[in-house]
Design a protein around this ligand. Sequence first.
Ligand code: PLP
Length: 376
Amino acid sequence: METEIHNRLESLIGSGALRTLGNSTNLIDFCSNDYLGFAQSNELRDRIQKEYRKHIDINIGATGSRLISGNSEFVESLEAQIALYHHAEAGLIFNSGYDANVGLFSSIPQRNDTIIYDSLCHASIRDGIRLSLAKSFGFRHNDMEHLEQRLQNATGNIFVAIESVYSMDGDFSPLLEVVEVCKKYNANLIVDEAHATGIFGKKGEGKVVELGLQNDVFVRVHTFGKAMGCHGGIVLGSENLRNYLINYARSFIYTTAMSFHSYLSIKCAYDKLSVSSHNNLIISSLVSLFKVKIKLLGDIELIDSSSPIQCILIPGNDKVCNCADEIQKAGFNVKAIRSPTVPKGKERLRICIHEFNTEEEIVKLSEVIRKVVTNE
Ligand SMILES: Cc1ncc(COP(=O)(O)O)c(C=O)c1O
């Protein structure tokens, strides 16, 4: 077996797709999902520590799953607080966004149902779908005609899975149109808001609330590992849905719950978000500046996006990795996204813009990109 594993790794090296773990650096951050700088906020850290010290009687670890010994009034009231924040009836916290999607998609759709998903949906949605017994079909990214064709042929209960902000392209889903077409075919819409959480909506409630669509969406998934600076995820929907997941979502049932410290961190992050006024404006002006600078460079292919995720297409794993290496040498932490994470030919530099980045950093980064990408 060792030889076979070795050969498979060798073939990844051959296609420039070998993944290795690097250490975090002190380069300027243009790659993390810490959009609002919450993960590095001293104010948030102090608050969490202060609150944590008040609870010396609570176990360090959860000691068991939520159904055995890991539940508490604290986490249940946190779920209610977060559901209210996002204008939902109820919510159930999972240990990660990955677990949330896997638990949701593997447990709700049944054998004779149909799941229709955007082709750019995150791996966690795809993996949940693979575990489900329902039929599943992809539709071309954001292509409403293709979605409608799929809906016309669907049988059983129908589920449509999308992301409000796509993790690899950074573009938005045409949510209003998706809602309309789902209504027409009586389909249940599931929206992953991982990259919208904390960023969009007046108070970071996400794209669904920003557009007033909370009553038109069956389920939303929010995650705490990105703008919230913590870890974990929540599935938002009806109280009925919450009870169902507690009974059927295996990634919820068969795992040790998160620690009290994790729940407390999430609570403090939401408290901070609720009084933040409003970071999104800073990010969107930095995003606009970045787009203007890159567009001025002419020949560079920037994927159209108004979110903090900005991608420059540089086809070829070796080529995109070389570009990222050069940009890192110049002091900016920008990562290459290679195939097969993205389709072959769509390899890219994925640049995440944060509230804490400065205009000067953006200007310098675009200058470095010019030199590296145009081989000057
Ligand atoms: C769209 C989307 N959904 C879900 C996840 C999974 O969330 P988590 O990192 O909390 O497991 C991610 C990120 O990794 C994501 O980008």
